[in-house]
Write a protein that binds this ligand. Structure first.
Ligand code: NAD
Length: 241
């Protein structure tokens, strides 16, 4: 079975009603990034940070996956699909995507500030974490294992991203198709994936305002993910043997 690696950003979920970063002047839902997505912001005002992610979690549960998420799930019928996403929402999983790697963490889990163990929220059936906690974190919630403070399981600006070597190298060596979608390719090291997959046989980049282009050997499909991904999925599924 051929392998497809998909690298997605906030544009994938935009049409579900979750705003991107760049489309709102570097603010995230009216907040400065430094206030809600940095270790300093967390130390300064943990209540604001928890409220911010709590609201994002609630919003995620009110919206639905769009045609782009479903197209990626559909590709699994004939391909081994690995989704590497910068998104912290779980719309890919809700659409039925099986293999999702959240580079920047996810909204339905919490992390112990002290020993970094991850806990899933109940009733989040989409999590397979062994230890569950009963609700999104509130101020004062502590790790059930060690008593450390619980914090959002999100990789903030200034924190390191686990690039999962050597798994990533295996993906680079074995992917036949690479699709970049809905990302401004400005947040590193994630954006570096676009060059790391440079030798992949077929490479596509989907975005209405593509930051990445033909210059790098991508077939650029300019447009919305909800239109371009289903079209591309149909083409790939049609040509699969
Ligand atoms: P970004 O906001 O920097 O860029 C969004 C990209 O999506 C832009 O290139 C834009 O042209 C494109 N876009 C807008 N509408 C689109 C559509 N309908 N179809 C396809 N593309 C569309 O997002 P980023 O590159 O992912 O980086 C932002 C960081 O912010 C990420 O690290 C992520 O963790 C975080 N973030 C996540 C979410 C989410 O989980 N849904 C939302 C906002 C921000």
């Amino acid at each position: 079975m051929k392998r497809i690696v998909v690298f997605s950003g906030a544009g994938l979920s935009a049409e579900s009603g979750i705003p991107t970063f760049r489309d709102s002047d570097g603010l995230w839902e009216q907040h400065r990034i430094e206030d809600v997505a940095s270790p300093d912001g967390w130390q300064r005002d943990p209540e604001l940070v928890l409220d911010f992610y709590g609201k994002r979690f609630q919003k995620m549960n009110l919206v639905q996956p769009n045609a782009a998420h479903y197209a990626l799930a559909e590709l699994q019928k004939k391909f081994d699909v690995i989704n590497i996403t910068q998104n912290i929402d779980t719309l890919l999983e809700q659409a039925g995507a099986k293999n999702v790697w959240h580079l920047h963490g996810r909204l339905d889990t919490a992390k112990c500030e002290f020993h970094h163990e991850i806990f899933g929220y109940q009733p989040t059936h989409r999590c397979d974490f062994k230890t569950l906690i009963s609700k999104p974190i509130a101020l004062g919630d502590t790790c059930p294992k060690c008593g450390g403070r619980l914090r959002p399981d999100v990789v903030w600006f200034g924190e390191s991203v686990d690039m999962r070597q050597p798994y990533l190298e295996e993906l680079i060596d074995t992917a036949s198709v690479f699709i970049g979608v809905g990302t401004s390719a400005q947040v590193y090291p994630a954006a570096g994936l676009l060059t790391l997959f440079a030798d992949t046989e077929q490479k596509y980049f989907i975005d209405p305002n593509p930051a990445y282009g033909a210059l790098y050997g991508f077939s650029v499909l300019e447009g919305k993910a909800s239109v371009k991904l289903p079209e591309l999925a149909k083409q790939l599924l049609g040509s699969a043997n």
